[in-house]
Ligand binder design. Structure first.
Ligand code: NAD
Length: 359
C-alpha cells in the first residue's frame, strides 16, 4: 500500500472541511487529519451521545467545529466562506438502514438534499481543490451474487438508505459532468466502503455497539440475523483510502477523479455470528443468543466490493485482516470502559495502522 507516512504531509497546514465530524467515521478522520497537522473545520449535528468518539477524544477542542444541519444551506454556505477549505470530505448522512425504514423522508432529505447543499457550497467555493464524497457500498443494485461490485456496476437500492446513497451518487455524477470537470485543477471523487467497525461507535442497531453494551452489562448478545455476511473492516482502512485518494487527487486531479471502492479482502467477509464470536473471544467472556428475526425489514444478505481499481491505480490495500480488526476494536472499548483516555487509544491505533501500511 502507498505508505500513509508519505501521504499525510500533504495535509500539513491545509484547511480541510469535514461534514459529519461528530459521527463515527468523521471523528476518526478529523482526528487523523488534526494529528497530521491539518487545520480541520467540522460541520454537523451535535454528537448523539456523551460517550461518542468525538467527545471521547476531545475533538471539540482540537478542531474548529460548528453544530449545523446540512439542510440549512445559508448556514453551511457561511461556514464554507469562513473556512475557505482546500479539501472537503463529505460524510454527514443518516447512515442506518433500519432508521431509514422508520423515517424515509429524513433519510432522503439528508442524504440527497443535504448532499446537494454540500455540492452547491463546493461549486461556489473557488478555494476548494479536492472533494471526497462518501456514499456507501449499498449504492449498488444488490443482486445477492458472490462477485464483488465494481465501480461501473448498476446503482440501485431496495431500502430507503441504499436508494438514498444511489441517488446521492447520481447527484454527484451530475455535478461532476455539469460543473466540476471543467474546473481547472479540481479533483473530485465519490467513495464507497462497506461496514466499518472500530472503537467509539455507539450507534443504535449496529452490531459492535450492541455487543459492547451487552458485554458491559453482563447480558447475552442477542443476534437477529446471525447468518448475514458483511465485509467488515476497521474504520481506519477506508479512511486511509480516502486520505490516499485525496492526496492523489491533489497531485493529479484529472487522473484520479471518479468513483472508488474501498472494501476489505473477501476473506474479511464474515457472518454477524462470526463477528460476535470474535468480539466475545477478544473480550474474554460473554455469550450469544439467536433470536428469530420474525418480520424484521428486508436487509441485504451479501454485499462485497471489488477493489481492484484502488489496488492497482492507487496502491491502496487493506492492512488489517478480520482478526486484527476485531482485536483492535475490542481493545479500544475495553480500555475506555475501564477508564483509559479515548484520545490516547485512538492516536495509538492510528499510529499502529500507519506502521502496518509500511509492511
Ligand atoms: N459506518 C458504516 O459502516 C458505513 C458504511 C458505509 C458508508 N458509510 C457512510 O459513511 C458516512 C459516515 O457514517 P458514520 O458511520 O460515521 O455515521 P454516524 O451516524 O456515526 O455519523 C453521521 C454524521 O453525520 C451527521 N449528520 C447527520 N445528519 C445531518 C444533518 N442533517 N446535518 C448535518 N450533519 C448531519 C451527524 O451529526 C454525524 O456527524 C455516512 O455517509 C455513511 O452513510 C458508513
Amino acid at each position: 500500500m502507498e505508505d500513509l507516512v508519505n501521504v499525510l504531509p500533504v495535509f500539513r497546514g491545509k484547511r480541510v472541511l469535514v461534514t459529519g465530524d461528530t459521527g463515527f467515521k468523521g471523528s476518526w478522520l478529523s482526528l487523523w487529519l488534526a494529528e497530521a497537522g491539518a487545520e480541520v473545520y467540522g460541520y454537523s449535528l451535535p454528537p448523539e451521545s456523551a460517550d461518542a468518539h468525538f467527545n471521547a477524544v476531545g475533538l471539540g477542542s482540537r478542531i474548529k467545529h460548528q453544530d449545523g444541519n446540512i439542510l440549512d444551506l445559508d448556514r453551511l454556505g457561511v461556514f464554507f466562506r469562513q473556512a475557505e477549505p482546500e479539501f472537503v470530505f463529505h460524510l454527514a448522512a443518516q447512515p442506518l438502514v433500519r432508521r431509514s425504514y422508520r423515517d424515509p423522508k429524513e433519510t432522503f432529505d439528508t442524504n440527497v438534499g443535504g448532499s446537494v447543499n454540500v455540492l452547491e457550497c463546493v461549486r461556489l467555493s473557488p478555494a476548494v481543490k479536492t472533494l471526497v464524497y462518501i456514499t456507501s457500498d449499498k449504492c449498488y443494485r444488490n443482486r445477492e451474487w458472490v462477485w464483488g461490485y465494481r465501480e461501473n456496476d448498476e446503482l440501485g437500492g431496495h431500502d430507503p438508505y441504499s436508494a438514498s446513497k444511489a441517488a446521492a451518487e447520481m447527484v454527484f455524477s451530475a455535478y461532476g459532468d455539469s460543473f466540476f470537470r471543467a474546473r481547472s485543477g479540481f479533483g473530485f471523487a465519490s467513495v464507497r466502503a462497506g461496514n466499518v467497525i472500530g472503537g467509539g461507535d455507539w450507534s443504535e442497531d449496529r452490531i459492535v455497539p450492541d455487543c459492547i453494551h451487552a458485554l458491559r452489562e453482563g447480558q447475552p448478545i442477542v443476534l437477529r440475523n446471525p447468518e448475514a455476511t458483511r465485509p467488515w473492516q476497521h474504520v481506519l482502512e477506508p479512511l486511509g483510502g480516502y486520505l490516499t485518494l485525496a492526496a492523489a487527487l491533489h497531485r493529479n486531479p484529472q487522473g484520479f477523479s471518479g468513483t472508488w471502492n474501498f472494501g476489505p479482502d473477501s476473506a474479511a467477509s464474515r457472518s454477524v455470528h462470526d463477528l460476535a464470536q470474535g468480539i466475545v473471544h477478544a473480550w474474554g467472556s460473554g455469550r450469544i443468543e439467536i433470536q428469530s428475526s420474525g418480520n424484521a425489514p428486508h436487509e441485504a444478505g451479501l454485499l462485497h466490493l471489488n477493489c481492484d481499481k484502488a489496488h492497482y491505480s492507487l496502491g491502496w490495500k487493506p492492512c488489517w485482516g478480520f482478526e486484527r480488526t476485531v482485536q483492535e476494536t475490542v481493545a479500544w472499548y475495553r480500555a475506555v470502559v475501564s477508564g483509559e483516555q479515548g484520545l490516547s487509544m485512538s492516536v495509538a491505533q492510528i499510529q499502529a495502522y500507519m506502521e502496518s501500511s509500511h509492511d
